[in-house]
Structures are given as C-alpha cells and as structure tokens.
Design a protein around this ligand. Structure first.
Ligand SMILES: Cc1cc2nc3c(=O)[nH]c(=O)nc-3n(C[C@H](O)[C@H](O)[C@H](O)COP(=O)(O)O)c2cc1C
Length: 300
C-alpha cells in the first residue's frame, strides 16, 4: 500500500459540515444517579440461553404477522433545517446492534500509538477477509486512527468483550494527538505477527490488517471539505484466545467471546439469548413448498 497524502479538510466553518467531537458526547447529568438505582451487571447469564425461533411454524409465503398498522414517516436526511445530529441519532439507534472494533494503530514514523473504538465497523467478506470502518470527521483535526491508518497503512482490529467496556470507552476520549490510549485505558499490549501496532491482549479475537483502500467523502455543499471517510481493511493474521477456539480452528465460542454491541444513545447490548434457523437450498425449499416450483415456471 503506497503512502497516501492526507486530504482531510475538516476546519469547515459550516455548521454541520464537520461536527466537533464534543457535540457527539451528549450530556447525561443524571447518569450516575440513574446508574446507582439500577441492578448490578449480571455475570451469571452465560452460557447463552438458546430458545426456539420467534415463529417456528412459519411456512413459505406466510409473511410477517404485525401487531399494529402504524404508518411510516418519510424523512429527507438533508432537509433544510434538519441538523446532522438528527441523522446521527437516527442512524445509531436504527442500525443496531453494531459490533465494536477497537482499532490499534501507530503513526507513520512509528513514534506514537493509538487505540480507538469504532462501531461504524463490519466484516464485509471472508475471501479475502475484509472489513470496513467509517470515520466521522471533526472540526479541528482528523481522527488520530484515520491519520495513522493513512500514514502507516496498517492496524489491528480488536473485538470488544463485556468485561472490556469501561476501558474501551476510555480510549474514545479525544486525547491530544500522540497521547497513547494504552496508558489511559490500562489495556495490555500483545505481540503481533505482520503489523507494527500491538494487539489488545484482553481481546478474545484480534485481526491484524493492512489498508486495502480508503475514501474521503466531500461535503455536499462545500467541495473540498471532508465530512467522513471509510477505510477498507484486509486481514493478514488472526489471533483467537485458545479457550474460545474449537479444534478445527473455525469457530469462536460466544460464551467466551461475550461480545458487546453498540445501540442508540449511550446504550450497549450483550448477547445472552439466541435462536437458530438453518439456511435452505432452493431444492429443499421446493420440497417443503411445492408451489414455489410454479413460481419459477411462471418466470420463464
Ligand atoms: C463505542 C464507540 C464507537 C465509536 N464508533 C466510532 C466510529 O465508528 N467512527 C468514528 O469516527 N468515531 C467513533 N467513535 C468515536 C471515536 O472513538 C472518538 O472520536 C475517538 O476520540 C477517536 O479517537 P482518535 O482520534 O484517537 O482516533 C466511537 C466511540 C465509541 C465510544
């Protein structure tokens, strides 16, 4: 991956073009009081409870039986007078649960290191094993992770487990460039095989990655000003904790991984209950519902 020129231009005077990080940090003055009144975190919810699926008797063509007929409200995301914050709140509450990738990076000169959680994050293919991460721009300077990724072309994605949450949240603080979130969080550096940044030893699953591609998105009405960017990352090495990995080295135990996902507002989710549904081939579907064959014939 050739070194790339930084093209961020986040110092936009337009309100909403490059929101200040502090604007994302909603104020919750009563949080500590509210938290005190809540039950303790339950540590006895594992192993994960497995139930039947919601409608085990569902048949092809059955659709979904809704409980109400509420209508849908159409929203233009870029309507005049709709603040960008409304889209942020809508999206983070509507696209849930989102996995959290804790990204470990180093600067191009290898002198500084960084840790930051990103939940605009997903695996998008397995061959090559590929991930995307989305960065929201801020007014004063690019996200350190984004800057390091462009400079060095590499990172480690660390998957976040339940017991890591408080430490991981601490790494999201907008510390000055060069201040290492390893010290802020107390997380532990682990060895890596291919890339320079350390992996997070507390993570059950870590992925060493090289930057495969990147794109900055221009502001809609102010060309030249970046509002967001995405990184496409290709996995080069996997690290899985031995007690989470099966003998075939192709399955990670949910009861060990204990993944945390981000929800809307300041809420997070854990996986304590699941259900299973096997995928079927067309042939199996037709065997179960012969009328599907007529659908295929009608298409010809
Ligand atoms: C759980 C969580 C998920 C986050 N996801 C993202 C994300 O996907 N993209 C983003 O730009 N910022 C995200 N943030 C905010 C960044 O972590 C935050 O801006 C951080 O200060 C960036 O650090 P850096 O400048 O050291 O890279 C998230 C924060 C938290 C707590």
């Amino acid at each position: 991956m050739p070194k790339r020129v930084l093209v961020y231009n986040q110092a936009s005077p337009i309100s909403g073009a490059s929101p200040a990080t502090s604007s994302f940090v909603d104020k919750h003055p009563d949080f500590e009081k509210v938290e005190q009144g809540r039950p303790d975190f339950k540590t006895d919810l594992h192993p994960v409870h497995v139930t039947k699926s919601p409608n085990p008797d569902w048949k092809y063509g059955d659709g979904v039986k809704r409980l109400n007929d509420a209508f849908h409200v159409g929203i233009d995301p870029y309507d005049d007078g709709r603040p960008w914050m409304d889209n942020y709140r809508l999206l983070i509450s509507g696209i849930v649960p989102r996995p959290i990738g804790l990204l470990s990076t180093r600067s191009g000169d290898n002198k500084t290191e960084n840790l930051s959680p990103m939940s605009y994050f997903q695996v998008v293919d397995h061959d090559p094993a590929t991930f995307v991460v989305g960065f929201s721009s801020r007014t004063d300077r690019p996200k350190d992770t984004w800057r390091n990724l462009l400079e060095s072309g590499e990172c480690v994605i660390n998957i976040v487990s339940e017991d890591m949450v408080e430490a991981v949240m601490a790494t999201s603080v907008d510390a000055p460039y060069g201040v290492s979130e390893w010290e802020i969080s107390g997380l532990t550096r682990g060895e890596t095989k291919v890339v320079k940044p350390s992996r997070v030893k507390e993570s059950v699953f870590s992925i060493e990655c090289k930057l495969a591609d990147s794109k900055e998105f221009n502001h809609r009405t102010k060309p030249g000003f970046s509002v967001a960017s995405i990184a496409i990352l290709e996995a080069k090495w996997f690290w899985v904790r031995s007690d989470a990995l099966d003998e075939s080295r192709n399955h990670i135990d949910l009861n060990v991984l204990k993944p945390v996902a981000q929800l809307g507002g300041i809420a997070y989710a854990r996986v304590t209950e699941t259900f299973e549904r096997p995928r079927k081939t067309w042939a199996q579907a037709v065997e179960e519902a012969p009328w599907l064959a007529d659908l295929a014939k009608a298409k010809k």
